[in-house]
Design a protein around this ligand. Structure first.
Ligand code: FRU
Length: 522
């Protein structure tokens, strides 16, 4: 056995050396015989969730039950491009390390299994389980391809399934679909939650250019209550993946309701993106006087994100799909396609007179982030400082500063550069991946510079945290007030970080640290 492993290592090293000649990116290879090639392919995220193989899109059915976070996801098990959708399944005890589970839901005579949610039916309102063993109930969209191909409009309906063994196996409800379709072409992505005040289930659903809210006492019979959004918010594309939940204004007892709506296309930097509304919900109707368009994330790669149901301390935890429909099918990975964002805690804060949704990695992530000693970096006006590391592609760079004029450039010996720039005069943050590595697999990927207005940055000190994995970068400014998530495909890992002071006074970065992030797949 040992001999065989040694031979395997030699073969892997030869393959890697061979691919280096072609200037392919490679990840660190050890000659340790216990090391496998598992989750070590080029561009494989080391601390983000990705499926072992094949195509993944939206996170689905995010529910916490009996100490376990379940993550279901849109999955096509036969190819690395989108196809007949199933629900893949993974579980985690800490939202950091994941265990792959068998496929949870397969297409059936009503259609493919599109996006949806899952709840713990604690009172057994559905009758699928018992009070002693309450069922997990999944609520999802059926997409009937035959109907779509025949040019019909009613091919999306809503179905439910239940599990009595903690999500391991699922039984579809014999009365499916539970909501039929009266001729609405885009009619999907049910997100269900228990509404304590009125003691009923509330479903948010999207219908092309607006959201619809339904209620139910048993998860089987649904009544339409209201609609929202035809003339509010961004409408550059179809509304998808809604999520309605209550959130307390940080540090107060004041509660507001937040509605997340993904739209594709029509995001501020092109293609897919997620907007949000802050308002009130009386058990029947969602209302808001919000005028501006607000975005969860200004980067190109955070889509279809929704939040966990039933989290013990009431935390709102969000995970998004780290891709964009503009090029999701073209990204240069071979065995699998795409990953999820880091799990992020949502919080509601007031900025001036307005409410803002902040999103910031959950604290549990710190378990895999090395705590390097902090230092203060001081860089004179219009000069720069070069910092090197064996590998920036598994790291978090963190500091606080009051400067609004600086640039972080991550680069490598293959002339790849990723530029993150804060420009005080424009009150804008820029993410430029046009030379970040492979960009030519699709025409829009490397085009343009992504921009995020940062009008309300504090005048004083604020924190910047940048997580870089082998094919993504996530930037959190002022603890998640402003966020950008973007895929990158550097030909080799970044080894240089050049920090440029663009201002006319000294740049001071306090508590500056380059923290290593551990791989989660051992
Ligand atoms: C969002 C989405 C959903 C749909 C699913 C299909 O990315 O288009 O609206 O349910 O993907 O895979």
């Amino acid at each position: 056995m040992k001999l065989k492993l040694n031979l395997l290592v030699v073969i892997i090293v030869m393959l890697v050396l061979g691919s280096c000649k072609n200037k392919e990116q490679k990840q660190t290879i050890t000659t340790d015989t216990t090391m496998t090639e598992y989750y070590n392919e080029p561009y494989r995220p080391q601390f983000h969730f990705s499926p072992e193989e094949k195509w993944m899109n939206d996170p689905n059915g995010m529910v916490y039950y009996k100490g376990i976070y379940h993550l279901f996801y849109q999955y096509y098990p036969d190819d690395i491009v989108w196809g007949p959708m199933h629900w893949g399944h993974a579980t985690s005890k800490d939202l950091v390390h994941w265990e792959h589970k068998p496929i949870a839901l397969y297409p059936d005579e009503h259609g493919m299994i599109f996006s949806g949610s899952a709840v713990v039916d604690k009172n057994n309102s559905s009758g699928f389980g018992s009070l002693e063993n309450p069922p997990l109930v999944a609520i999802y969209t059926y997409h009937l391809m035959e109907g779509e191909k025949a040019g019909k409009l009613d091919f999306q309906t809503q179905g439910i399934a239940y599990s009595l063994d903690n999500g391991d196996t699922w039984t579809k409800y014999e009365g499916n679909p539970v909501i039929g379709n009266e001729g609405i072409k885009d009619f999907r992505d049910p997100k269900v939650a228990w509404h304590e005040e009125t003691q009923k289930w509330i479903m948010s659903l999207v219908a092309g250019d607006h959201a619809k809210f339904y209620s139910s006492h048993d998860l089987k019979e649904w009544v339409l209550m209201s609609e929202f959004g035809k003339n509010v918010g961004a409408h550059g594309g179809v509304w998808e993946c809604p999520d309605l939940f209550k959130l307390k204004l940080d540090g107060t007892n004041e509660a507001k309701w937040v509605l997340l709506i993904s739209i594709n296309p029509g995001a501020p930097n092109g293609g897919s993106g997620t907007q949000y509304f802050i308002g009130d919900f009386d058990g029947q109707e969602f209302t808001t006087d919000q005028k501006e368009h607000l975005w969860v994330d200004w980067g190109t790669d955070n889509y279809a994100g929704v939040t966990y149901d039933n989290v013990p301390n009431g935390d709102r935890i969000f995970i998004g799909w780290m891709s964009n429909w503009t090029y999701a099918r073209d990204t240069p990975t071979k065995i699998w396609r795409s990953a999820m964002t880091l799990p992020r805690k949502l919080s509601l804060k007031k900025v001036g007179d307005n409410y803002h949704l902040f999103n910031y990695p959950v604290q549990a992530i710190n378990a895999i982030v090395s705590d390097k000693t902090d230092k203060t970096l001081v860089i004179a006006s219009e000069t720069n400082k070069l910092l090197t590391s064996e590998n920036f592609n598994q790291s978090e760079i963190r500091f606080t500063t009051s400067s609004k004029d600086f640039q972080l450039k991550f680069s490598n010996g293959a002339n790849n550069e990723l530029l993150l720039t804060m420009m005080g005069e424009d009150r804008t943050f820029f993410l430029d991946r046009s030379k970040s590595g492979k960009v030519d697999f699709q025409e829009d990927f490397g085009k343009g510079i992504q921009q995020m207005p940062v009008p309300d940055l504090p005048d004083g000190e604020y924190e910047v945290s940048v997580f870089i994995d082998w094919s993504s970068v996530e930037v959190f400014i002022n603890n998640g007030q402003y966020v950008m998530t973007s895929q990158i495909f550097p030909k080799r890992n970044y080894t240089d970080l050049t920090i440029q002071n663009l201002g006319d006074s000294e740049l001071s970065m306090k508590a500056f640290s380059i923290n290593e992030v551990k791989r989660i797949w051992d």
